[in-house]
Design a protein around this ligand. Structure first.
Ligand SMILES: NC(=O)C1=CN([C@@H]2O[C@H](COP(=O)(O)OP(=O)(O)OC[C@H]3O[C@@H](n4cnc5c(N)ncnc54)[C@H](OP(=O)(O)O)[C@@H]3O)[C@@H](O)[C@H]2O)C=CC1
Ligand SMILES: Nc1nc(=O)c2c([nH]1)NC[C@@H]1CN(c3ccc(C(=O)N[C@@H](CCC(=O)O)C(=O)O)cc3)C=[N+]21
Length: 289
């Protein structure tokens, strides 16, 4: 392929945010100030950066951000307590617990503690199940971002063979479900997959969600495939080797400026959705508490 479409995540994110602005204004007029609580545990500098970016993006759009930073030595019980308090706090509409938390904490237990109405990042098992069954409100933000990019550029999903490399609970697994729900034929690969390059070579659409810099090679990419790189590694490096993948693809997300900014815009969208659901009084009917 001579001139692949460079899928401009900043443009997609701006479009999402522009459409949120009037909704935020309306909520405020009705006396509801949308609010996202972010929880950062420990001192991982890149996690701190992402959480700061999320909080700042909220505030730029007029969404309140309640930023909670807990020390590295926080116990699972202490973290659960903080989450329970946020569940009860009527001024908070969404809760984002930044992954990963320090290893001594039971991250799954912490995710599960988030009330389904406030699970704007689709991290609970109920949120995931609802995403898979197509009736839930908030899918995980990065998978939602990938779908948003495809739709913005009107790249068809139905009937395509999608290969997802990675199966984590908030990225590889849910994006596989979402692509399946859009009638793609999906293969999900992981660290025990044999012949990964051969599988990727069949794909019309490749989602890179591995967490290893430049892991997906250009030689694995079928001519004209669409490459969606969710990877975000030290030094702004994606999981797909951009220089070799780009010339073979028909469309590709760069890093930075691809999936990342759209992920943040989806988080804002889900927070506004949650505030609106509260205004409409819907949330009392859906509960995992
Ligand atoms: N842009 C954004 O908004 C976001 C970006 N990210 C980025 O996406 C990437 C993935 O994140 P995340 O899903 O949380 O990472 P995880 O580490 O949780 O998962 C990585 C997945 O990749 C698989 N994997 C590891 N090595 C190989 C291999 N050699 N061959 C095939 N599969 C392999 C693992 O397999 P197994 O299950 O067998 O261990 C696992 O399923 C990271 O770069 C992260 O920074 C993440 C979230 C949001
Ligand atoms: N519960 C949870 N949900 C997440 O969605 C989540 C998480 N935990 N843990 C960590 C990863 C990482 N992540 C990023 C989001 C945006 C950018 C982003 O916007 N990056 C900009 C660059 C920003 C810059 O560094 O200047 C870009 O790609 O253009 C990057 C990474 C979300 N994550």
């Amino acid at each position: 392929m001579e001139n692949p479409i460079i899928l401009d995540g900043r443009k997609v994110a701006q479009d999402v945010k522009d459409r949120l602005k009037p909704r935020v204004e309306y909520l405020k007029k009705k006396g509801i100030h949308p609010c996202l609580a972010t929880i950062l545990v420990g001192n991982n500098p890149s996690s701190a950066t992402y959480v700061r970016m999320k909080g700042n993006a909220c505030e730029r759009l007029g969404i309140r951000s309640k930023r909670i930073h807990l020390p590295e030595e926080t116990s699972t019980e202490e973290l659960l307590h903080v989450i329970h308090e946020l569940n009860e706090d009527h001024s908070v509409h969404g809760i984002l617990l930044q992954h990963p938390v320090p290893a001594h904490i039971d991250e799954r237990a912490a995710f599960e503690a988030i009330h389904i109405d406030k699970d704007v990042d689709g991290v609970t098992s109920i949120g995931f199940g609802q995403t898979a069954f197509q009736f839930g409100r908030y899918p995980s933000c990065t998978p939602a971002a990938i779908i948003q990019i495809l739709d913005y550029y009107q790249l068809p999903i139905e009937g395509k063979y999608a290969v997802v490399v990675g199966r984590s609970p908030i990225l590889g697994k849910p994006v596989s479900m979402m692509l399946l729900n859009r009638n793609a034929t999906v293969t999900t690969c992981h660290s025990k997959t044999k012949n990964l390059p051969e599988i990727v070579r069949q794909a019309d659409m490749v989602v890179a969600a591995v967490g290893k810099p430049n892991f997906i090679k250009g030689e694995w990419i079928k001519d004209g495939a669409v490459v969606l790189d969710a990877g975000y590694n030290e030094g702004n490096i994606g999981d797909a080797d951009y220089e070799t993948c780009r010339p073979r693809s028909s469309a590709i997300t760069p890093v930075p400026g691809g999936v990342g900014p759209v992920t943040i815009s989806m988080l804002l969208k889900h927070t506004v959705d949650a505030a609106e659901a509260k205004l409409a009084g819907q949330t009392r009917h859906v509960s995992n508490a």
